[in-house]
Design a protein around this ligand. Structure first.
Ligand code: C5P
Length: 397
């Protein structure tokens, strides 16, 4: 809940501006106060009257407007806010914020405010991938601003790629996590992605894990106030700059890094799809093909990282993941017991629409005496719900 919080929702010129209406509705429903800032371009996409009616307050737009300044000036507005969420955030406004411009009301308010700033980028995939935009993202995030998304998929212009604004529910979940600060002062260690076990210099054994669930958990934990270390196998994802990412390749590397960081952690989340076996011998040169005979690979078991953590650090909250293709709940519960975990999150990886490599997930959270089913939702929403549930279950020690 955002009860009694003061939130500025700022709209810039993007087709995704219509989604801000739903975001404002969600924020109002949770009993927060909302003020709206609209850039001139934003007004071309959604009318100020719509936003005014939803927020219950007059729209703020002009920096140099005596009447508006007399009612609630930009400095007053900046001081009033607990959080400012720029949704949608255009490439242009992102550039201005990251360079410290104060050339319109929105950027001046951000400069003058101590409030937490959330930026939900929305733009064409080419604009998002432009080198300068990417540099601006890094800069904005190093200033402490939280970048929410963007998501991937089909865009208004017909392109497919990265740059779609997150859905209102996802932005709201991040605001809520920030406001509740459930994990304030906690250290969370997360493993994510697949591991790769080299056969020779050009080949490896691996699996279909994309790392999206682990990265979503890292972002959600960070938004909830935790300090997060993410030990990540090879993936195509980038975490916020406030998250410490340790890149690894093999299960043995991942194990070594977890051993190095576990002592300081309060919560361990093993979300990685760690390869269970690795080749006994890694050939130093590429294996030559000989199509006249079979090639036998001898594999040895990898260390079970999660089991090691639960056996040696039972004072921590330990959460595992379980990827199953059948009897999902039973197999996951067996793992919960065998590995002595506080929670296990079970995924059905036989489905194409969720889990491995998908944007969405539908999971069961299993603890010793109960099972909680979460409805299918984007991985970032599922991540927030997992952390909220675990917290509510008040098992965090
Ligand atoms: O036993 P299984 O490998 O199916 O258990 C899955 C859980 O254990 C996941 O949380 C995964 O991250 C973790 N795991 C691990 N080390 C391994 C294998 C799995 O930490 N070697």
């Amino acid at each position: 809940m955002l009860k009694n919080k003061n939130i500025i929702v700022a709209l810039t010129g993007s087709i995704a501006a219509y989604k801000a209406a739903e975001l404002v509705r969600l924020i109002k429903k949770s009993e927060a106060e909302v003020r709206i800032i609209m850039t001139d371009a934003a007004k071309e996409f959604i009318t100020p009257i719509t936003m005014q009616a939803l927020s219950g307050n007059p729209i703020h737009s002009n920096l140099l407007d005596m009447e508006a300044e007399a009612a609630m000036g930009h400095i007053e507005l900046a001081k009033w806010a607990d959080a400012i969420v720029v949704s949608p955030c255009s490439a242009n406004t992102l550039a201005k914020i990251s360079q410290g411009l104060g050339s319109d009301l929105l950027t001046a308010v951000i400069l003058a405010s101590e409030a937490k700033v959330f930026l939900a980028p929305a733009m064409n995939q080419q604009m998002w991938n432009a080198q300068i935009t990417q540099e601006n993202v890094v800069r904005a995030s190093s200033l402490g601003h939280k970048i929410l998304g963007p998501g991937e998929g089909e865009q208004a212009c017909g392109d497919i790629g990265s740059g779609r604004m997150l859905e209102p529910e996802e932005i709201f979940a991040a605001l809520e996590a920030f406001s509740l600060s459930l994990l304030e002062g906690k250290k969370v260690l997360i493993t994510a992605g697949p591991t790769q076990e080299p056969i020779d210099p050009v080949r490896y054994l691996s699996n279909h894990s994309s790392g999206k669930m682990g990265y979503a958990l890292a972002e959600a934990a960070e938004a909830a106030g935790a300090s997060v270390t993410l030990v990540s196998g090879p993936v195509n994802l980038r975490a916020s700059s406030s998250i410490e990412v340790i890149d690894v390749v093999t299960a043995k590397d991942m194990f070594a890094e977890v051993k190095r960081s576990i002592e300081a952690a309060d919560i361990f989340i093993g979300c990685a799809a760690v390869a269970d076996y690795s080749p006994v011998n890694t050939h130093s040169q590429k294996i030559k093909k000989n199509l006249n005979e079979n090639l036998l690979l001898e594999l040895e078991p990898n260390p079970d990282i999660l089991k090691f953590v639960s056996e040696n650090y039972s004072n921590k909250t330990i959460i595992g993941f379980s990827a199953e293709t059948e009897n999902v709940e039973d197999f996951a519960r067996e793992k919960l017991v065998a590995k002595n975990l506080d929670f296990i999150v079970a995924n059905d990886v036989s489905r194409n629409d969720i889990a491995f490599n998908a944007a969405e997930n539908e999971v069961l959270i299993i603890s010793k005496d109960k099972t909680k089913a979460l409805a299918k939702a984007s991985k970032i929403l599922v991540a927030h719900q997992i952390l909220n549930y675990i917290h509510q279950d008040s098992l965090l020690h």
